[in-house]
Design a protein around this ligand. Structure first.
Ligand SMILES: NC(=O)c1ccc[n+]([C@@H]2O[C@H](COP(=O)([O-])OP(=O)(O)OC[C@H]3O[C@@H](n4cnc5c(N)ncnc54)[C@H](O)[C@@H]3O)[C@@H](O)[C@H]2O)c1
Length: 332
């Protein structure tokens, strides 16, 4: 079983369905219910599919147990492959079941949201949420393959598309090639392919997130706090996390690039501005920051941009970061 490396392939629907059909005799699926009408009849009627009607709300221990017991009763074996079809919540849950059932079986990810195509399904971080927070129980268990089919995006709501775009904006700062593609208004499927490829290369070098994988967290420290405080989508929160990080550290060139890329990606500018959120609470925001997983004792590791395609880890005393935020006009 491959543990660290996934084959990331872009595929059209007919080819994808033909590939899945070959596994019909032994098909263990965890599938987002929103996709039900967009899948072949034999999958819709399969007795070995666990359907998720509210994937994020079901990304928990209760559903984890239900899916595991369901597959055990259906006779899953160590040579079986679990197939996840859906957004990041579905692939995270299915991957976590795959990591632990029978001490680990193979799994295949078929992401159907833009966010999952460029981020969530790639890299083998699998998890469920608990009452104490998101992704607190998990493992590293890479899917043997990630099959990315852009045809699924045709039914994706605009807000979910924006979420994926927010994460793509982040890649623009990590890779000069990706920023050029964004600024040249290259078709989305090409940009998404490059992002997925970029992430899988980073992950291959640092599967357990000990070194350069940390760079992928660019924008995420403030982003997670925005996501929790404002209840905006993950990718929109990351886009805001980037913008306000650059504001805090007076990185004018990065702010200019942020503007250009956000414009090119057609992100809704008004919703990326804190002023849009009348109920924003600085106290709540800093409380969420304090819970950030990357905080070690008194300091926090932030990712900053040196120039397009070159980012670095910057460790800062947590109290200094808080002071910077509390004193910055953008947050007041
Ligand atoms: N493991 C990782 O490295 C990683 C990275 C980023 C995010 N994540 C996780 O991913 C999750 C967020 O992923 P997401 O944004 O894909 O959310 P999601 O899986 O909750 O999907 C968002 C919504 O889109 C719907 N949907 C999915 N595909 C669709 C389609 N093709 N057409 C119409 N509707 C569709 C879903 O039913 C859901 O309502 C979070 O749980 C986050 O923690 C994981």
């Amino acid at each position: 079983m491959s543990e660290m490396k996934s084959n990331v392939t872009f595929i059209k629907k007919p080819e994808l369905f033909a590939q899945l059909k070959k596994q019909e005799d032994e098909f263990y699926g965890v599938i987002d219910g929103a996709l039900r009408d967009h899948l072949p009849e034999w999958i819709k009627t399969s007795s070995c599919v666990y359907w998720l009607d509210q994937p994020e709300a079901q990304k928990n221990l209760k559903t984890y147990e239900e899916v595991s017991v369901f597959f055990l009763e259906k006779g899953i074996s160590r040579s079986s492959t679990i197939i996840a079809i859906g957004g990041g919540a579905t692939t995270d849950l299915a991957g976590f079941v795959a990591a632990t059932i029978l001490r680990g079986v193979c799994w295949m990810a078929i992401p159907t949201t833009l966010l999952a195509m460029v981020d969530g399904s790639i890299g083998g971080k699998v998890a469920v949420n608990t009452a104490q927070g998101k992704n607190l129980l998990g493992s590293f268990h890479a899917p043997s393959s990630v099959l990315i089919c852009h045809d699924f995006l045709s039914t994706l709501p605009e807000a979910e598309l924006h979420s994926g775009m927010g994460e793509i904006l982040k890649y623009g700062f990590l890779s000069k090639e990706i920023s050029d593609l964004i600024l040249n208004k290259t078709p989305l499927d090409v940009i998404a392919f490059e992002c997925a490829h970029f992430k899988s290369q980073v992950v291959e070098k640092d599967f357990k997130d000990l070194n350069e994988r940390a760079l992928l967290n660019l924008g995420h420290t403030l982003g997670h706090a925005f996501e929790s405080t404002l209840k905006v989508s993950h990718g929109m929160a990351v886009a805001m996390g980037l913008r306000y990080l650059f504001e805090l550290f007076s990185l004018q060139e990065s702010l200019d690039n942020w503007n250009k890329m956000a414009l090119s990606l057609n992100l809704p500018f008004d919703q990326l501005d804190l002023k849009f959120y009348k109920n924003f609470s600085l106290v709540q925001f800093t409380e969420f920051l304090k819970m950030d997983k990357k905080k070690t004792h008194q300091s926090i590791k932030l990712i900053l941009v040196k120039e397009m395609g070159e980012c670095f880890i910057h460790e800062i005393a947590f109290n200094d970061l808080l002071k910077k935020i509390e004193e910055h006009e953008a947050f007041n």
